[in-house]
Ligand binder design. Structure first.
Ligand SMILES: O=C(O)C(=O)C[C@]1(C(=O)O)C=C[C@@H](O)C=C1
Length: 186
């Protein structure tokens, strides 16, 4: 396990030196990691309540706002919505994983319940704005190219280390950043 992890780091590190400016997707992928860590707080707000993990009304609000901000920033609107859809789906992966863990081991469940409406969702909304800034800043880097895939891989390894992501969050992060190197949507 350890050997595989070290070998992977070395391979990604070697590839990364050949990517101009070390791969400029770090901030964008870091925001995805931060949003997935906020999923822990969303889960803590919902666990043990009647609030379901899936909230289609809230999802529509998040996606509509992302679409409006994308259009205003001159970004590909459909591609940006697909990117945010992936962030939401992976948030649900984290929430479900935590619910399973906390159900099996109630002693590990959070003892404080943050307020979804006044604490957690405003933090998610701030990240939406930051995502738009980063999506615009990385427009030239993003596309169906090997360089984008390598930069994304490098940024994921960096985020794993920076945010100390466990397997659940690492898996979710890989899913969340999948659309970054997709081409523009028609
Ligand atoms: O705000 C919530 O209730 C969340 O669970 C967060 C979130 C999201 O990622 O934005 C994820 C799942 C829900 O279906 C709605 C939104």
């Amino acid at each position: 396990m350890r050997f595989v992890a070290i070998r992977e780091l070395l391979v990604v590190g070697l590839i990364a030196v050949s990517v101009p400016s070390g791969g400029g997707l770090g901030s964008l992928v870091g925001l995805s990691a931060e949003r997935l860590l906020l999923a822990d707080r969303v889960a803590a707000a919902k666990f043990g309540t009647s609030n379901p993990i899936d909230d289609p009304v809230r999802e529509k609000q998040v996606l509509d706002r992302a679409a409006a901000l994308a259009t205003a920033a001159g970004l590909d609107t459909a591609g940006t919505v697909a990117f945010f859809r992936a962030q939401i789906e992976m948030s649900k992966v984290v929430q479900r994983g935590l619910f399973e863990k906390w159900t099996a081991r109630p002693e590990q469940a959070p003892t404080k319940r943050p307020d979804l409406a006044t604490e957690v969702r405003p933090a998610l909304d701030r990240i939406t704005g930051q995502f738009i800034t980063q999506l615009a800043a990385t427009r030239e880097l993003r596309g169906p190219t090997a360089g984008c895939a390598v930069a994304r891989r490098f940024a994921v390894v960096a985020a794993d280390r920076r945010y100390h992501l466990d397997d659940l969050h690492d898996r979710a992060l890989r899913g969340a950043v999948e659309p970054i190197c997709a081409g523009p949507r028609q």
